[in-house]
Design a protein around this ligand. Structure first.
Ligand code: UD1
Ligand code: UDP
Length: 361
């Protein structure tokens, strides 16, 4: 049994870690392809080094470009790799252009596709990720869903065969690395902040970065918070700021380079609250019981909102809306409920791929 795993963007390295370990435990041979969608050391290599992810067998070095050019170059290169590797399964993660290219290349070669984080929907077709998810799900044979909502989303689209509710592999990773982060990371000292005395923010969605006025308003809304804001800045956001507001500064919003996974988890654990548009960061905030404010009109992780731990910050209310929502937030009773499985999502995925327990769904 041979699985060809396709990764390319930061969250996919993190998701691939627990699954890679579980595949090895189940005796499944895994070959790893890095498309090169993310390539800066702090967006890629740092995760391989820190998490001990094995070196990719292939690095396609596709780099950045428009959606069509980037996805097209990946598709061509992936087809060549798949023809040479002849895997039993192609394994893809999430909703990036690397995910879609992997799924398209495999389906044209009639190689079965397994999709981790299947069934998520924002129902917002202006998001590039929404197209990537829907298209990937509709050509996958094994659809591994992190939540019951994801299973229901697929059913509404008529997809029920090969669907498995397994939990979230990012939760598996948080359980393992969360403890390590608390013990080993020195990021609070480096950033000169105290536990509970700062906000953590991340911004990278096209929706928030590509409209300069929106991006500036978002940063101005962070300025109004009542404690320093640590913002590890995604290269996309840095480049948009450099283009449009090269000399802008935002009072006590501290822009730092992207950080490694352990430092990021530590920053999340210690934050007073988290402001983000990241999918992964919303879930991690929830897992650590840290209030999250999501700078989007909708989220794929609606359970986190329903539980009271995540608040959507929409368009209305201007710059002061975020500060008002942060002030008004009331801690839900008890700890966050177990939304993302039992920490064995990766094992369930590996078992499905290895053929053990196949036939469900
Ligand atoms: C991509 C995914 C998004 C995911 C995010 C995770 C798509 C369509 N989007 O968005 O779903 O949430 O990754 O972080 O696949 N850049 C660098 N160095 C890098 C990588 C990117 O400078 O190592 C800059 C380039 O200017 C590039 C821009 O960031 O044009 C955007 O990168 P890209 O990979 O196209 O999309 P992301 O915004 O990272
Ligand atoms: N992350 C990180 N360093 C950072 C920012 C994020 O390690 O500077 C981690 C974060 O903890 C989460 C993942 O990257 O596990 C989320 O990736 P991202 O926000 O880029 O993408 P998304 O989840 O929105 O697709």
């Amino acid at each position: 049994m041979k699985v060809l795993t396709i990764v390319g963007a930061r969250p996919q390295f993190i998701k691939a870690w627990p699954v890679g370990r579980a595949l090895a435990r189940h005796g499944v041979e895994e070959h790893l392809v890095h498309t090169g969608q993310h390539y800066d050391a702090l967006m890629s290599q740092v995760f391989f080094d820190e998490m001990g992810i094995r070196r990719p067998d292939w690095n396609l070095e596709v780099g950045s470009d428009s959606h069509g050019a980037q996805t097209g170059r990946m598709l061509m290169a992936l087809e060549r790799v798949m023809v040479e590797e002849r895997p039993d399964w192609v394994l893809v993660y999430g909703d990036t252009n690397s995910t879609l290219a992997g799924a398209l290349a495999a389906c044209k070669l009639e190689i079965p596709i397994a999709h981790v984080e299947s069934g998520l929907r924002s129902f917002n077709r202006s998001m590039p990720e929404e197209h990537n998810r829907v298209l990937t799900d509709h050509c996958s044979e094994l659809l591994m869903c992190p939540t019951q909502t994801a299973v229901e989303n697929l059913a509404r689209e008529g997809v029920t065969r090969g669907v498995h509710l397994v939990g979230d592999v990012m939760y598996d990773a948080v359980l393992h690395f969360g403890v390590m982060a608390r013990e080993r990371s020195r990021i609070l000292e480096t950033a000169q902040v105290e536990e509970g005395g700062y906000y953590l923010a991340t911004i990278h969605r096209a929706y928030n970065t590509d409209d300069p006025l929106r991006l500036r308003a978002l940063l101005e809304s962070l300025e109004l918070l009542d404690a320093p804001v640590i913002l590890p800045i995604h290269p996309r956001t840095r480049s948009r700021l450099a283009d449009r507001f090269p000399s802008a500064t935002f009072a006590d919003v501290r822009l730092i380079d992207p950080v490694g996974y352990l430092d990021m988890l530590r920053l999340e654990q210690g934050a007073k609250a988290i402001v983000t548009d990241s999918g992964g960061v919303q879930k991690e905030a929830f897992c650590f019981g840290v209030p999250c404010f999501t700078m989007r009109p909708e989220t794929e992780w609606i359970e986190t909102v329903a539980s009271g731990w995540n608040t959507l910050v929409g368009e209305t209310g201007g710059e002061s809306a975020l500060a008002a929502l942060v002030t008004a937030w009331r801690r839900p009773v008890g700890s966050p409920p177990p939304l993302f499985g039992a920490g064995d999502a990766a094992d369930q995925i590996a078992a499905l791929l290895a053929g053990v327990g196949h036939g469900g769904g």
